[in-house]
Design a protein around this ligand. Structure first.
Ligand code: SF4
Length: 202
């Protein structure tokens, strides 16, 4: 299972702790995540004994920014997400048949087209989206019911949390993903963008 430690991912970790805590859980540690996100990994370890594995790009942030003459998140965010998320994920799942993600279908147009279980052509394996039909209300009710640890940034106006340079708090009532790459049309890092058998996206 891949998690960015969002509220939905925390729900699935709770379920895995009950069903099979030996399932491999990993986080794409881009090097740009919030300290609160990294601290949540430790809280999860303490609570469930589940050690979420960090999957990292080959280059550290310092090496990467040196190679490119500075950070790419402001000018070439697609490239940055590709190098620091997509490529490491491709490496991390070699030899696996399936992966679990915590997407919900009301989050983005791409996610609206996902299936509960389906073939993920981008990563060439089955993708399982157990919370696909949950609402945000369902997620938070589950968190409260089970007293699940979650990212404190959610209580500070961040409904969706990604890397620090690309995430802003949003006003009440805004779309949950309005704070992701705000000021641009980008709303997905690419992990959950559909790709068809001919290699095309939507
Ligand atoms: S979300 Fe931003 S910082 Fe993180 S990998 Fe993508 S562009 Fe880079």
């Amino acid at each position: 299972m891949a998690t960015a430690f969002g509220a939905e991912g925390c729900c699935i970790i709770q379920m895995l702790a009950e069903i099979d805590p030996m399932v491999r859980v990993f986080n794409l540690e881009t090097g740009y995540q919030f300290p609160e996100t990294l601290e949540l990994r430790e809280k999860i370890l303490k609570r469930y004994g589940i050690e979420v594995e960090y999957v990292r790009a080959e280059l550290t942030v310092a090496e990467y920014e040196k190679e490119h003459g500075g950070p790419l998140w402001g000018s070439r965010s697609d490239q940055c997400c590709h190098d620091r998320k997509i490529v490491p994920l491709r490496r991390a799942v070699v030899g696996y048949d399936a992966w679990i993600s915590a997407i919900r279908n009301d989050q983005t147009p791409d996610r609206a087209q996902a299936s509960l279980i389906g073939w993920d052509n981008k990563f060439r394996m089955v993708k399982v989206n157990p919370l696909l039909h949950w609402t945000k209300k369902d997620v938070w009710a589950y968190i409260m019911k089970h007293d699940i640890p979650y990212n404190p940034l959610h209580d500070m106006g961040y409904p969706s949390i990604g890397c620090q340079p690309c995430t802003r708090p949003v006003a009440d009532g805004s779309n949950d993903r309005a704070g992701r790459w705000s000021g641009t049309v980008k709303k997905e890092c690419g992990l959950h963008v559909m790709e068809y058998a001919d290699g095309s996206g939507i």
